[in-house]
Write a protein that binds this ligand. Sequence first.
Ligand code: PEP
Ligand code: MN
Length: 299
Amino acid sequence: MQIAGLSFTTTHTDTALRSNTSAPAERRITPTTKGPDILARTRVYIRDIELGGNRFVVIAGPCAIESETQIHDAAALVAAHGAHILRGGAFKARTSPYTFQGLGLDGVKLMREAADRQHMPMITEVLSERDIEGMVDIVDAFQVGSRNMDNTALLKELGQTKKPVLLKRGFAATIKEWLLAAEYIIVGGNDQVVLCERGIRTFSNETRFTLDLAGAVLARQQTHLPVIVDPSHATGNPSLIPALAAATMAAGLDGLMVEVHPDPTVALSDADQALSPELYRGMMEQLHLLATVMGRPLT
Ligand code: PEP
Ligand code: MN
């Protein structure tokens, strides 16, 4: 059996995947026998925002939804300088259980109001399949975080929904493992999957993670899915984010996810990596210039 270009011996342990091999070949993220250019690129729609087309899509917002005022201010800020989709975490997968864990479903609702006020779609992370039901009618897209990339129960359940899924690469995952995680969602019947490279763990400790830009380009070559980059978690350093955002566009990828906070000095999570309003505005100005050269609409 071949899925995502990988060979498997068929055993009783892969029954779930085997039962889906009846899914049409074009549903698979990589053609099994032909080259990656054979199939048309999948267009993913987060409401009216298309990913995988010519437009370079910017997803921006705070790491976490902290309060009504904060998410409204953040939404107004990112909208003012041209972001297309609002991001923000309500269920947070923090490294330490003693840090802010997010506002949960109340946070999702606050974010919905803030996004609506700016006429933007919104995306937020789902940590557990238990939360899908409560979130599905509120959110425009689900995010699967790096720490959950191989949570197959969650992936399978998201495959049953009709909402787009942004699948972050596990920070210790190979490209093949990342693509197979995407395949879990797709074989369930949901082809609206966007891949997001957010940095992997290497021996380098000067940045929070190491952005695998080549891996992101490779994932786009090997699949028909849109691929975006998150330089915020990849670097943990706001001063590096604008340069890597430009590199992402120059590499021909489909978009960007960045963390922006109205006042990073008071942010409750990932404060050290949040773009200030000034840095965010500068980054967007630079992207607009580059977009002209690259022939990539940004507005
Ligand atoms: C996030 O985007 O808020 C996040 C937690 O990212 P990651 O899963 O990439 O660490
Ligand atoms: Mn974060």
